[in-house]
Design a protein around this ligand. Sequence first.
Ligand SMILES: Nc1ncnc2c1ncn2[C@@H]1O[C@H](COP(=O)(O)OP(=O)(O)OP(=O)(O)O)[C@@H](O)[C@H]1O
Length: 750
Amino acid sequence: MAIRVIARIRPQHEKELDKEIIVSAIGNSSDSIHPTEITLPNPRNEKEIFTFQFSSVYDHSATQQQLFDNEVAPTIKHLFGGFDVTIFAYGSTGTGKTHTMRGGKSLAERGMIPRLLSGIFRRARKVTKESVVETRVKISLHYFEIYNEKVFDLFEAPEKRSLAGLPLRDNGNKAVVVGLTERPCESLKDFEHLYDQANLNRSTSATKLNAVSSRSHAILGIKLEMKTGDQTRISTASAIDLAGSEDNRRTENQKERMVESASINKSLFTLAKCVEAIGRQDVRIPYRESKMTRILNIGQNNSLTVMILNLAPVRTYHQDTLSSLNFANRTKKIEVREIENEPVFKGCSRAVPTFTGLSIQRQPLRPLATSVHNSAVHALKPSDKQGDRQAKAFSVYSDRARLSNAARMETARRSPLKRPSDSFSVSSRPTKRRSPDHVLFGPQPTISKEVFEKIVEDKVTDILAARALDQPPIAPQPHISEEVQKRLELLEKKIDGKDDGREQGLAFLLMAKQHLVRGEETSALRMYTLAKQYFPKNEKLDLKIDKLRVKIHQRKPEKQQKEPVVETLESSPNDDRYLVYSDCGTDEMPRFGHRPSKSDTRPKLKESDVQGGPATAQLSTKCSTLETVKAKQHDTDYEIEVYDENSEYESDGGFYYKARTRKKGARSESEQDQAQTPRTKQLVNIVNTRDVSQIRLLKGVGAKKAQAIVEALCGADEDGSNEVVVKSLSELGHLRGVGPKTVESMRMGL
Ligand SMILES: Nc1ncnc2c1ncn2[C@@H]1O[C@H](COP(=O)(O)OP(=O)(O)OP(=O)(O)O)[C@@H](O)[C@H]1O
C-alpha cells in the first residue's frame, strides 16, 4: 500500500491576518466538495499555478475530530489486526505539526495522539468484552526525542540523561533504540499523565516563527500486546512529530538555535534524499545518514503509514510550502508492504511485564524496535528468520494506481454509511507471512549490468587499494597518468571512509546548477570543472564544460566592463544552513544552501535567487503528475544528492563553499618580499596549480582541505576576476582552513 499522504492547511494566525493567502485547497472536477488538491502560485511566475494532488486535503476549517475520524481512526483496526502503524507530521516550522499530533488541552483541540490512544483503549475494551476466546490487551509506551542527532528518553528527566544519548542498534533492516524506558499504560488517564510529563522533557524553544518551536523529532511508540488463548500478538503504532525545517533567514536564530536548526534541517534533508532514492529505486537508500531516517525507516518499516503534511496558508511560507509539497509529492509514491506481525505462542513468548500502576520498567539494554516490534518473535522462533521479510518493501507507485487507491480511500472517507475504519481495506494487505521457501527461491532483487559492474570494479579496486596500503608510502610517480592518479585518490578517500567522492562530485554539480540558474556562468564552469575529477569519463559533463567555456568566452568583452564587487572579509558568524530549492530538473527538493554572510566575499545572492529556484514542479491541475515529473527529472544530467557544507556545525565530509579572500592589494609588503626557499616556492607552486589532486598530496591536507584551498584560490567573484594567487607562506596560511601549522606541515612534507 502506498504511503497515505494527506495535507492540512492551518488557519492564519492573528499576526498573519494582513498577509496574503496563497495556498488553497480545492476539490477536483468530479468532486468539488472534498478537497484533494492544493494550489499555490509559482514563486517565480505568479501567473503560473502549481497543483498538487493528495489523498485528502484539509483546509483551515477542518477540526481535529474530522482529521482523526478520517485519517487516523481507521488505522486502529489495523493495529489490532497485528499490523504496525506509523503516523507522522511533516512540515516546516510553525505550520501546525505539534498542534496536529499533540493538540491543545480542550476536548475539541486534542490532537491525533491522544485521540489515537483514546481509540485504542475503546477498541481494547470492545475486543476484551466481545471476544469468544478470552482476550487480554496490554498497552505500553515508549517516547523519545532525537535532539541534535542524539536520542533521549522522554520518560526520563533531562538531568538523568547521558550527554551522548541512547545508542541505536541495527536489528535486521530496522534501527532500534537501546535502553528505552517502557511504561505500561492502562487507561487514558495514565496516558495523559505520562504524556504530559514527558512533553515537559521535550526540547522546545521560541524562535521568531514559532513561540513554542519543537527543536527535536519526537517519537511515541504505542505497543499493543493482545493475548488470545495461548498466543500473543504484538504490534506498534508510532506517532511522530517531526521538527520543522527552518529557513534561518526568517527564524533569525542565534547560535544554539542554529545548531539545532542545522541538525533538524540535515535530518529532514536526509529524509528527502531517502525518499528521492526510493523513488529512483536506488540500490542504496541513505537511511544511515541521520538517526531520524534510520528510525523512521520510511518505505521499509512494513507498517501502514500516514503522513500528515502541515502547511501554512500565507505568502511568508511560500518557498517552504512548495518545498514541503514537493517532498510530499514524492512520498506518496512510495509503496510500503505492510506485514502482519506474527503471534508469539505460549511457552516461547517472552516475559511480558506485569502492569502494576505506573511503575517504571527500565529495560536492561534490550533492543526495542521503534516501529515494528517483532524482534522478540524472531528471536524466539529460530525457524522464523529475519530474512522472512522482504528486504526491500517499496516500489514506485504509479500515479494511476495511486489515484485509484486514493479514489477508493476517498470514497470510503466520504460515504456516510461506511465506517471510517473500513477505509483501510484489510483485503488490500499485500502479504501476511512469507515462508522460508519464498526467501530462498522467490524472486531475488535484480541487479542491473551497470550496478553489477560497479560492484565488481569497487571490489577489485578495494583489493588493490588494500594491497597498496601494505606497501611503504611512496611519492607519486610522475609516470602515473593523471586519470589513474585521480582514481587512486578517490579510492583512498573511500578506504579512509572519510569521504565519498561521488557525493563531493555531486555537490559540485549541484552548485554548478545553482550558479547556472542565477546566470553565474563562470562560477558554474568552475564548479563543473571541480566536479570533473569525480566523473572523469562523463562525456555529458565534458560537453557542458566546453559549451560553457565557449559561452563565457563569447561574452567576455561585455563582462570585462563590469566592476567586480569585493568586500572585506572578517569572520562569518552568521553563516547558517537553510533549505533552498535547487533547480535540478523539475523535482525540487529541499537542499542545504549557504547563506551569504555580510562579510562574505562570495557573490551576493538576492534572497529570491537563493531561496527560489525555478518552481519547476509544474503539476497541472488535471494531468498526471508522475509523467511530468519524470520527464523533467531528466532535465538534469545528474542525480544531485548533497549540498551540505557548513563545517561550523559538524564535520561530515561536507563541502565548503567558503572562500576567504582578502581585498585586492591588501597583502603586506613584508609577506611579498619574503625570501623564498626552493621548498617554499615548490609549495606555493603546487598550491597555485589549484589542482585538488595535487594539493591533497601535501602533508596534512586531506581531500576536504584541498578543496577548500582551491575554492579560496578560485576567488569569489562571479567572473573569476578576484582569483587569488598565493605568493608566500603567510598568504597561504591566511586561506580559509589553512593555519600556520598546516603550512608548516605541508612545507616539511615536501
Ligand atoms: N489547525 C490549527 N488550528 C489552530 N491553530 C493552529 C493550527 N495549526 C497550528 N496552529 C497554531 O499555530 C502555531 C504553530 O503550530 P505548531 O507549534 O503546532 O507548529 P509546528 O509545525 O509544530 O512548529 P515547529 O516545527 O516549530 O515545532 C501554534 O500556536 C498552534 O496552536
